[in-house]
Write a protein that binds this ligand. Structure first.
Ligand SMILES: Nc1ncnc2c1ncn2[C@@H]1O[C@H](COP(=O)(O)OP(=O)(O)OP(=O)(O)O)[C@@H](O)[C@H]1O
Length: 265
């Protein structure tokens, strides 16, 4: 469904953030992207929807190659790719409903987008999504009245109302406490399963990734160092991705924390 071929990104500063990445993501697969700070995770996600322009290589979404698309073709292709951000990227002074509906801006015509008048079917779908993520009661609240976890749920609804084939998720839990992080990761993965959606989730928390996804890709210095199932992420593999560390202690500690959270839920 998504295929990256020899994808390279070299920033103007000379930083080679991606070194000829080859990656294939089949339909409906949820993949976690891990790796140390500066490994190229955000760059990879942003090169797919061209928020960052790749230097060379190809990005195929189905049978469309994205790197050469001009404005209208790119706009159409971007509808297929919902994005979820670490800092939610909501419009603070707008309501929850308005923020969710803004996910439809790629579909409505120019004049409608200016006046933000959306078809009733979009409004109905927004209510359905808000209900699904437990925010129905919040539809008329302003975004700046919400907690971090609630904001991220709005961000998820805004991405889903696009009716995408692929979710690009950039550190969705980095600003959240451990329990809310788990709830958000679970929600994203459940929604992907319900809708047959593929997702690439850039995530720092390895234990959280292991808990919820079917496949983990580890980046280091802009190259793929590991690609496999979560239970193959043994300490030796983590060392090749992140460098030397006492992984046994880290893994154990996280597992202990989970048990506590599980018991509290
Ligand atoms: N706009 C930019 N201009 C120049 N260099 C950049 C830019 N954005 C990222 N880089 C560089 O590209 C490399 C990859 O950065 P990127 O943000 O993709 O890594 P990351 O794995 O997402 O890191 P983090 O986990 O800290 O967010 C780093 O060396 C970074 O300094």
């Amino acid at each position: 469904m998504l295929k990256l071929k020899k994808l390279v990104k070299t920033y103007r500063t000379g930083d080679q953030a991606l070194k000829a990445i080859d990656l294939e993501v089949p339909e409906g697969q949820v993949l976690a992207l891990i790796g140390p700070s500066g490994a190229g995770k955000s760059t990879l996600i942003r090169c797919i929807n061209r928020l960052v322009e790749p230097t060379s290589g190809e990005v195929w979404l189905g049978d469309i190659e994205l790197t050469h698309l001009k404005s209208s073709g790119l706009r159409r292709a971007r509808r297929e790719m919902g994005m979820i951000f670490q800092e939610y990227a909501l419009v603070e002074r707008l309501t929850v409903m308005e923020n969710v509906l803004s996910g439809r801006l790629g579909y409505v015509g120019f004049w409608r987008s200016l006046t933000r008048r959306f078809p009733q079917s979009d409004v109905d779908e927004a209510f359905r999504l808000l209900d699904r993520v437990g925010l129905l009661e919040m539809a008329d609240k302003r975004a700046d009245e919400l907690s971090g976890g609630q904001r991220q749920r709005v961000g998820i609804c805004r991405a889903l109302i696009q009716n995408p084939k692929l979710l690009l998720v950039d550190e969705p839990t980095a600003s959240l406490d451990p329990k809310t992080s788990r709830q958000i990761m679970r929600l994203i993965c459940e929604l992907c399963a319900e809708r047959g959606l593929a997702a690439i989730i850039n995530i720092h928390d390895v234990a959280l990734a292991q808990m919820f996804v079917q496949r983990v890709v580890g980046l280091r210095f802009g190259a793929i160092e590991f690609d496999g199932p979560p239970d193959a992420l043994v300490p030796e593999v983590l060392t090749t991705i992140y460098g030397e560390e006492d992984w046994e202690a880290t893994i154990k500690k996280v597992e202990d924390d989970d048990t506590e959270i599980e018991a509290a839920e």
